[in-house]
Design a protein around this ligand. Structure first.
Ligand code: HEC
Ligand code: HEC
Length: 375
């Protein structure tokens, strides 16, 4: 009996010893996430990052290689970058996306610009807040199939045990073994690293360079921020979308609006194949609500809207001037900011010039021509 107690006690002590050394060993290294260089203009707040996935240059490097690797799709035909193409601000010139089996997605590929600041992800989801969660959709979704990994988990994972992947995993996670957890964390870090704050507008507004924007673009900016055109109510803040959060502001202003694109009945219904936020919240007043997208680099991310149904910026501005489209103009659920306005040709040109001043050529150039062959 006494011996047993003795043994049990020592087993316990040993257990605590092992546990504490395990905890000690697993304790994340003291990592100040602000040590990561976000390349933000001076004074800009850093994005919030999940505690279990701090940013590091090594994770971004691994995530970048994975993002451009077609081996991430079950049939090796499609990568994240097949849809999110760098030269189009990580969107693509298609109305709606097409997955690795040729299956068509109902929505337009979103651009990936300052996504690290988005408090809601995708076109219409109030509960999808972390990039790590969102990335699981293109990887594993079966309807529609995007990368189509489900059912092929082992075969896909084995591809990341070759080339210089083990070394990249080792650098990023102190462990060379590929796992889906690490793949998702690295991809999320790469997506977070895609910050764009070097447009002529930024130079004008934040670097005090008066000559950075043309006169037309400056006039367009006045219109954009005017009570007549109303754009800024929904496309506000540094990212021109209300869906932003950062270290100085955690308030979530709900960024979803009905802009009167459709009304297939008298009551404001959107087409059954995509009715927006209502699909998630089941609240009737969320019919036809979608997230106001960022307008940064919008010049290169045509076509527009959640279904790619407006081809050009000209069409978008005509659409707002009309207060919606077709039957959608009388949509009873339409935002009160979509009242419509009369528009002179010169005003339209000025507004477009302003939107073009949000194009960050440095961002587009530094991410295109990704040297795949050298990896
Ligand atoms: C078949 C084309 C396609 C592929 C492949 C694809 N995406 Fe997407 N992506 C989309 C579409 C379409 C949306 C909008 C989805 C929605 O609203 O339901 C989107 C949305 C996103 C968003 C949300 C952006 C925001 O501002 O909310 C992120 C982040 C993203 N994708 C990252 C990735 C990553 C990382 C990969 C690779 C693992 C990937 N995507 C693969 C088409 C694709
Ligand atoms: C009531 C809020 C609201 C107002 C006001 C508003 N927008 Fe939007 N904007 C949105 C939403 C929501 C979307 C996406 C709608 C969809 O896809 O169903 C959008 C989409 C866009 C797009 C397409 C972006 C893309 O990537 O597809 C552009 C460009 C745009 N708006 C510019 C403007 C301009 C210019 C004005 C002022 C004339 C304006 N918006 C006023 C909410 C608004």
């Amino acid at each position: 009996m006494a011996l047993n107690m003795f043994v049990i006690r020592w087993v316990k002590v040993g257990f605590y010893f092992i546990l504490s050394s395990f905890l000690f060993a697993c304790k994340p290294p003291a990592f100040n996430q602000n040590e990561y260089d976000w390349k933000l203009p001076k004074g800009f707040p850093s994005p919030l990052v999940p505690l279990d996935n701090p940013m590091s240059a090594a994770k971004v490097a691994l995530g970048k290689k994975l993002f451009f690797d077609e081996g991430l799709s079950f049939n090796q035909s499609t990568s994240c970058a097949s849809c999110h193409q760098p030269q189009f601000a990580f969107s693509e010139p298609k109305k709606t996306a097409v997955g690795s089996t040729g299956q068509r997605h109902r929505r337009n590929t979103q651009s990936l610009v300052n996504v690290a600041y988005n408090s809601n992800l995708t076109w219409a989801h109030s509960g999808l807040n972390q990039i790590e969660q969102q990335i699981l959709i293109p990887m594993f979704s079966e309807n529609p199939i995007e990368l189509g990994i489900t059912g092929h988990e082992n075969a896909v994972l084995q591809r990341f045990e070759k080339q210089n992947y083990p070394k990249l995993f080792e650098n990023a996670f102190d462990d060379s073994q590929a796992t889906y957890d690490k793949i998702v964390k690295a991809l999320a870090s790469y997506v977070r690293s895609l910050t764009s704050f070097a447009s002529p507008f930024d130079e004008y507004a934040y670097q005090n360079n008066d000559g950075a924007m043309s006169d037309a673009a400056k006039r367009g900016m006045e219109l954009f921020f005017s009570e007549k055109f109303e754009c800024f109510h929904c496309h506000g803040g540094v990212n021109f979308t209300q869906s932003s959060q950062h270290e100085n502001q955690r308030l979530d202003l709900r960024p979803f609006h009905n802009t009167g694109l459709y009304s297939v009945d008298e009551k404001g219904a959107y087409p059954v194949y995509d009715q927006g936020l209502i699909e998630v919240t089941l609240q009737p007043h969320d019919m036809g609500k979608f997230r106001a997208p960022t307008l940064r680099n919008v010049e290169v991310s045509a076509p527009y809207m959640h279904d790619g149904s407006l081809a050009t910026l000209d069409d978008v501005i005509e659409f707002y001037a009309a207060g919606g489209r077709g039957q959608g103009i009388a949509n009873p659920l339409k935002s009160p900011f979509l009242a419509g306005f009369d528009l002179q040709l010169e005003q339209k040109q000025d507004l477009i010039a302003f939107l073009q001043s949000l194009t960050d050529h440095h961002f587009l150039n530094s991410n295109s021509n990704y040297p795949l062959a050298s990896l």
